[in-house]
Design a protein around this ligand. Structure first.
Ligand code: NAD
Length: 320
């Protein structure tokens, strides 16, 4: 029998595109999208959808039993910038939801779990260039603390209870379909929207703030690849470093200007600058490349071309 998949947090930036991809691979009848609300009609109206509260064990279990789910992708979370505004909310959602899903796997209601970690697990004492898989990890944001603790629990559940949990430390993810949900790398999405709409962007990070980034298609490919790899190839059960490219706001601006010379930017760093300062500039993901043959595709130039093309169509009303 094939996989029956539940995606929790399917209306978000990554969950929505993951849902489309998994539906295309496994078929609409085998992929159940879920979220706390009906906030993304593109997901809600195009396949199976359920309201599931990731903080409520019973709510997840009812859905798992209803559809005979064997694999859960847990995408619900409060991200870095929002987490600094609501620290206890971030802690509660990010940790409770992970425990619920790990415990469902431990009790053998489900067989396999995907849970995303983040480059936010690293902190100001981490080496910032080509950050290794194993290094100093002292995150300074609530979000980063939840991800680091989550990684420890994933590894613990694997070692102690044999839970097949797989995880990636996503960098900043750039996409055009669904807006990002309150992270520090959101500028790299907003900047393209504002370029198309207003030819002007006020950037909340300094021009030379270098951060690891990735186009959505690469992030989804990595997620599908790690989940379809043979268990013996997954040698890290905390979370894999994952990388594609690194760039600064100044470099994105230059790549947009290649297509749109009149585009202007103003830099007004806010509280998110401090978060960005605590994160790596680039990531060494050699374990992912070695263990399950990870390879990225999109360069900054590819991303800029695709973002400008798709967003200009979107704002001309060619979609919806
Ligand atoms: P997002 O904020 O865009 O989406 C999160 C979704 O979770 C939303 O649709 C929200 O409605 C839903 N949600 C919130 N509370 C819920 C609850 N109690 N029950 C069910 N659903 C609930 O987030 P995203 O960017 O898609 O991130 C997905 C995962 O990837 C998160 O774990 C995040 O930490 C991780 N991540 C994202 C990035 C990025 O750049 N987007 C980078 C690193 C890691």
């Amino acid at each position: 029998m094939g996989s029956k998949i539940l995606i929790i947090g399917a209306c978000g930036q990554i969950g929505s595109e993951l849902t489309f991809k998994l539906r295309s691979i496994y078929g609409n009848d085998n992929v159940i999208a879920s979220d706390i609300s009906y906030n993304n009609p593109d997901i809600v109206n195009t396949g199976l959808f359920e309201i599931v509260d990731a903080q409520d064990y019973a709510s997840i279990k009812v859905c798992v039993e209803k559809y005979n789910i064997d694999t859960v992708y847990l995408m619900a979370a409060i991200l870095s910038a929002t987490g600094e505004k609501y620290p206890m909310k971030a802690w509660d959602l990010n940790m409770t939801s992970l425990f619920h899903v790990l415990n469902l796997a431990r009790a053998k209601f489900i067989k396999k779990v995907f849970w995303p970690s983040s480059i936010a697990v690293f902190g100001p004492t981490t080496p910032t260039k080509y950050t290794p898989q194993y290094t100093v990890m002292e995150p300074s944001t609530v979000y980063g603390i939840t991800k680091q603790v989550g990684e420890r629990w994933c590894e613990y559940y694997h070692n102690k209870y044999g839970v097949d949990v797989r995880s990636l430390r996503y960098p900043g993810i750039i996409s055009w379909k669904t807006l990002p949900g309150g992270g520090t790398t959101d500028y790299a999405v907003e900047i393209y929207h504002e370029a198309i709409k207003n030819k002007f962007y006020e950037c909340f990070l300094k021009e030379d703030t270098e951060l690891p980034m990735m186009f959505m298609d690469d992030a989804i490919k990595a997620t599908v690849d790690i989940m379809s790899a043979k268990p013996e190839h997954i040698k890290i059960r905390s979370s894999y470093n994952l990388a594609a490219i690194s760039f600064t706001p100044k470099e994105v601006v230059a790549s947009i200007k290649n297509h749109m010379p009149e585009f202007e930017v103003e830099y007004n760093p806010d509280y998110r600058q401090e978060i960005a300062n605590s994160w790596p500039k680039s990531i060494n993901d050699s374990y992912a490349r070695q263990d399950w043959k990870w390879k990225h595709t999109f360069t900054l130039e590819d991303i800029t071309k695709e973002m400008l093309l798709q967003l200009s169509k979107k704002y001309k009303g060619e979609f919806k």
